[in-house]
Design a protein around this ligand. Structure first.
Ligand code: PMP
Length: 368
């Protein structure tokens, strides 16, 4: 406990990201990065900034990220004023909690923000950071989100679609039923579409119909750019302005010049990413079937990862045995899911290595 920490910092329990080993020895299937490289056009765009004769990096980047937002607006058929760009979607989610949900002691008595009990574990961290009351709503037994559970009085709702770490997606009509319920009290529904490109229906086409809808996106997964830090949100102009107000009370230049150029190039090369992500999805289906064949309980995934429970071995033990074999996956020591593993989809033989290791571990089961 730091002597110099204020009460807020003392109270925080920060998010713990998946391990990022520095020696490159591991087959890394633990943080849902895309196994394929970014589009060559991204690399060209970044090089152009670096090689700019006038030394573009001398100058601050465009605080409004105009070119990137215009590229996104073209790609999604929305107005640039309906797009916010940020330093990865984590930053945008943090801003959204600060912009749209009241802190404890709110005189309006709007109630807590709702999100699933099993979901992206950053949400409770943001809620605590901003002192926003929240309630975790249990997922159904099969880990699906039951839309009806969110049609109750609350300050707002947030969940990923597909959900993480389960990978299960909710159809747009179910999301709409939640939006409709909360529209009456101007309650915001934030749909975190970090993994939507791998199989969920995006809610972006409905932003004009639902002024209380904010969709949040990342280039980390579907655009192979986790190392660049770029994300964006799409929603009505007022929501986007709310995010800008928080950003501009914090740091005007959250997206650097390289990230703005690289992200704009990525957004403009949809054809490349369609092919890359088609391959990721095909591999997901192959590996899901192979794991099910070994007796794993496999949750049907619409994301670039698989959430699965090995037969007869504790999740923590299976995780440790994979790690000994040089394979990193993600294990969450949390109620209901402590026997599951989240396995990101890899390429180039990595998934065959994973399947081989799983078979070995299951064969040795009971011998230790
Ligand atoms: N939302 C979800 C559901 C995620 O899993 C992640 C990645 N950990 C993010 C948002 C954040 O992604 P990024 O900050 O890399 O854009």
């Amino acid at each position: 406990m730091g002597v110099y920490w204020n009460t807020r910092v003392r109270r925080l329990s920060p998010y713990v990201p998946g391990e990022q080993p520095r020696d490159g020895k591991f087959i890394k299937l633990n943080t849902n990065e895309n196994p394929y490289p970014p589009s060559p056009k991204v690399v060209e765009a970044i090089k152009a900034v670096l090689e700019d004769k006038a030394g573009a990096l001398r100058l601050y980047p465009d605080p409004a990220c105009t070119e990137l937002r215009e590229a996104l607006a073209r790609c999604y058929g929305v107005k640039p004023e309906q797009v916010f760009a940020g330093n990865g979607s984590d930053e945008i989610l943090a801003f959204a909690f600060g912009a749209f949900f009241e802190g404890a002691g709110d005189p309006s008595g709007a109630g807590p923000v709702l999100f699933p009990d099993i979901t992206y574990s950053f949400y409770p961290v943001y809620a605590e950071l901003w002192d926003v009351p929240f309630r975790a709503v249990p997922l159904a037994e099969d880990f699906s989100v039951n839309a009806g559970d969110y049609r109750v009085s609350a300050a707002g709702v947030i969940f990923p679609n597909p959900n993480a770490p389960t990978g299960r997606a909710l159809p747009s009509r179910a999301v709409k039923s939640i939006l409709e319920y909360h529209a009456e009290n101007a309650g915001i529904v934030i749909i975190d579409e970090a993994y939507a490109a791998f199989g969920a229906e995006s809610m972006v086409p409905f932003i004009n119909e639902y002024p209380n809808l904010l969709t949040v996106h990342t280039l980390s997964k579907s655009a192979s750019l986790a190392g660049l830090r770029a994300g964006f949100a799409v929603g009505n102009e007022e929501l986007i302005e709310g995010l800008c107000r928080i950003r501009d009370s914090f740091n005007s230049y959250t997206v650097d010049r390289l990230a703005q150029a690289g992200a704009a190039a990525a957004v403009s090369d949809a054809a490349y990413y369609e092919e890359v992500n088609r391959r990721v999805c095909a591999e997901r289906e192959r590996v899901s079937a192979a794991l099910a064949g070994m007796g794993f309980t496999v949750i049907p995934s619409s994301a670039n990862f698989i959430f699965a429970r090995p037969p007869g071995v504790k999740g923590a033990d299976f995780f440790a045995r994979l790690r000994e074999r040089g394979i990193l996956v993600r294990h969450f020591n949390k109620p209901r899911i402590s026997d599951f593993l989240r396995i990101s989809i890899g390429a180039g033989g990595d998934m065959d290595e994973l399947l081989k290791a799983c078979r070995e571990i299951l064969l040795l089961r009971g011998e230790s």
